[in-house]
Design a protein around this ligand. Structure first.
Ligand SMILES: [Zn+2]
Length: 227
């Protein structure tokens, strides 16, 4: 399995292409024309098996329509994410002055909390993880990769002041992330900035006034859903 990061434009969020053999998954196609992404796929003769979204915001989903049109790849996302991407105010493109408002076509499959998918010999797990937004979903592949979307971006305080954001929910989500430290080789792939190993991800720092000790206390009440 290979994981490649493309930086979306004009907002520099991360698009990830996970490939194995001739198949690929795309997470957060956030560039409107998806040209770089489609070139990457075509030049390597990859087939996009499905597109996933970590959440509904425009800088993470602006390219979905273009990929769908070019490749017919289905979109999978959480119920709330699906609801919100279909409206320019829900995906926030209506409020962004540097681009045009847009709507994303409905998802082909709704992802449930704790759902597991088998993909080309890998296990993909989905966790509905609120905090940054109502549609926020964490995607995990095997014990190797954790895609946190905008709930966790290294060295940045997580934005919880957009619609549906909640510091209380984020507290729980960050504590949940800390449980994955039991997989020391796991890499955290954030929604913006560079991926890092889980031991370097100080999740508690994403929330003002949240200590490592408090995070551990919240984490004691939680467990990873497939355990
Ligand atoms: Zn966001």
């Amino acid at each position: 399995m290979k994981i490649e990061r493309l930086i979306n434009a004009p907002v520099s969020s991360n698009c990830y292409i996970i490939s194995d053999g001739s198949g690929a998954i795309v997470i957060d196609a956030g560039t409107a024309d998806s040209e770089e992404l489609l070139n990457y796929i075509q030049s390597r003769d990859l087939k996009i098996d499905f597109i996933l979204l970590t959440h509904e915001h425009f800088d993470h989903c602006a390219g979905v329509n273009a990929i769908h049109k070019q490749t017919n790849a289905p979109l999978y996302c959480s119920e709330k994410c699906n609801e919100l991407i279909q409206h320019s105010r829900g995906n926030y493109s209506a409020y962004w002055t540097e681009g045009k408002p847009f709507e994303v076509a409905p998802a082909d499959k709704i992802i449930e909390d704790g759902e597991q998918l088998n993909w080309r010999g890998h296990s993909i797990y989905f966790y509905l993880t609120l905090g940054h937004s109502l549609g926020s979903t964490t995607i995990r592949i095997d014990n190797e990769a954790l895609f946190t979307g905008d709930n966790y971006v290294p060295n940045i305080r997580t934005y919880t002041n957009l619609s549906g954001g909640s510091k209380e929910d984020l507290r729980k989500t960050l504590a949940f992330y800390s449980l994955f430290i039991k997989y020391p080789s796991m890499i955290v792939y954030p929604g913006h900035l560079k991926p890092l190993t889980i031991s370097h991800a100080h999740f508690f720092e994403s929330l003002r006034g949240y200590s490592e000790q408090q995070m551990k206390k919240v984490a004691e009440q939680l467990k990873i859903k497939e355990d």
